[in-house]
Ligand binder design. Structure first.
Ligand code: PLP
Length: 463
């Protein structure tokens, strides 16, 4: 399997190169040069298949010959052992054809654990073999940071710097990051939004000054390894529903467009998907884009689902590249126009192509909160506010397909919003309760690439 960039379709890189580089030096995102077809008969007929086994079958297609089948099986076994549910990602039945896929049974209680625990182990595998060290730089709207830090905190050959928008994550989300005290972990609070953090990270990843002193890598969903490993749970949920004569719809709470794009590639690899529903909060650029082509940036609003408070959905570039028939020149022109005008109007063939795969809805805080209450009243199901955006759509659907809404975070990560909606506090797992007493450590920095760059240069540990 070889990879190109959305900004240069002639590149020809292998998985071990693109997982470490994270972002292509031309500013584009890595993409596989062809879509592997998964032998769905085989995995659907295997009644005893486990999550780690499924993960190694799917990921083998993407890692190619950079990891042997045996080693990959070992890595996925080890990775998913730390998850606390025996199904790893259990499918909860709400009615005959409506389900919730719970993706919060990992160490930091959000779906990012599923790709990032694996990424940490893959990094370690490749670095050990090459005898190298790397510095990971990431931006977080709340959940990526803690999941990445947990996955890397004990790895010898990794330094990790995580930027979060100051005061814009929940208190628990922040404490999950800032109370980890191993000496390879650095938290930075940026005086700005998630998009500001993500822009700084994208500049740093291609910075020559930094590259002179360290190898750099990314843990945001701009890293293809994340998208590839997230595709596993879409297959997994369909296997758990065990209704192979039916098509499936997924409803995905969306910010950076990573999770819903992972759903989409599962379809390209053979999962019988009918439609993907993109659920946004009031930061609804993806809803406007898909419903009428209006890809225009607005100011980021703070909502009760902070991990979706994003305007520039990086992974949408991958979808656009695909919709433009993998023409990197056309994509580069489009992205330059978008960047310059902060707006782009999609029409004609591209918009038709998007509508083939996606539907969308924007769900504001009031509706989100009403949905938390409705699912508690109707099913005694307590959902976090991100999950509630997808449940709002799940509730409305009326079809003969299988419908699966993604539960992306544990409700206990957002106790205040739950209390406001149903007037009770969700049960707090012990690990989250214990956080409150721990001491925090992070650095406040201005929204300025050079300031952050200098901080990293001053603090990189010689590993
Ligand atoms: C990251 C995150 C999202 C958004 O996912 P994307 O892949 O960025 O679209 C939604 N909900 C939760 C809880 C998250 O942590």
């Amino acid at each position: 399997m070889k990879y190109c960039s959305t900004r240069n379709s002639k590149l020809d890189k292998s998985f071990d190169q693109i997982i470490i580089e994270g972002l292509s030096s031309d500013g584009g995102l890595f993409m596989p040069k062809k879509w592997p077809l998964i032998n769905t008969n085989e995995i659907f007929n295997n009644k005893n298949i486990t999550y780690p086994e499924l993960a190694s079958i799917i990921l083998k297609e993407f890692v190619g010959d950079t990891i042997s089948k045996n080693d990959l099986e070992k890595i996925t076994q080890e990775t998913y052992q730390v998850f606390t549910n025996d199904k790893v990602a259990p499918l909860i039945k709400i009615s005959d054809n409506k389900f919730i896929l719970e993706l919060f049974h990992g160490p930091t209680f959000a779906f990012k654990d599923y790709p990032l625990q694996l990424l940490g182990n893959l990094f370690q595998y490749y670095l050990k073999n090459k005898n190298k060290n790397i510095t990971i730089i990431g931006a977080t709207s709340g959940d990526t940071g803690s999941a990445a830090i947990d996955a890397c905190k004990d790895k010898d050959n990794i330094n990790i710097f995580i930027l979060h928008p100051k005061d814009k994550t929940s208190e628990i989300q922040r404490k999950q990051m800032t109370t980890i005290r191993t000496n390879n972990v650095f938290n930075i609070a940026i005086d700005g939004t998630f998009d500001d953090c993500q822009n700084i990270v994208k500049s740093l990843l291609v910075s020559k000054d930094l590259k002179k002193i360290t190898e750099l890598s990314a843990v945001n969903s701009i890293n293809w390894a994340r998208i590839a490993s997230q595709s596993v749970y879409f297959f997994w949920s369909y296997i758990q529903s065990a209704q192979y004569d039916k098509k499936v719809n997924f409803i995905v709470p969306t910010g950076n467009f990573g999770n819903v794009y992972a759903a989409h590639i599962s379809g390209l690899m053979g999962l019988p998907i009918n439609k993907l529903y993109v659920a946004t909060n009031s930061n609804d650029i993806m809803h406007r884009t898909i419903s009428n082509g209006d890809m225009s940036l607005k100011d980021v609003k703070s909502t009760i689902s902070p991990s979706m408070d994003i305007q520039i959905s990086s992974n949408f570039e991958r979808q656009l590249f695909e919709s433009l028939d993998y023409d990197s020149d056309k994509l580069t022109t489009l992205m330059e126009n978008f960047r310059k005008n902060r707006s782009y109007n999609l029409k004609g063939k591209i918009l038709d192509n998007l509508k083939l795969f996606y539907k969308s809805k924007g769900i504001n805080d009031k509706l989100t909160s009403q949905t938390i209450k409705k699912f508690y009243d109707d099913f005694k199901y307590i959902s976090d506010p991100h999950t509630a955006t997808s449940l709002n759509i799940l509730d409305e659907l009326n079809n003969d397909d299988i419908n699966i809404a993604l539960a992306c975070a544990h409700p206990a990560k957002f106790p205040d919003s739950i209390k406001d909606s149903i007037n009770i506090l969700p049960d707090q797992p012990k690990k989250l309760k214990d956080l409150l007493a721990l001491e925090e450590k992070y650095r406040d920095l201005n929204n300025d690439v050079n300031v952050v760059k200098n901080y990293i240069i001053d603090n990189i540990k010689k590993l």
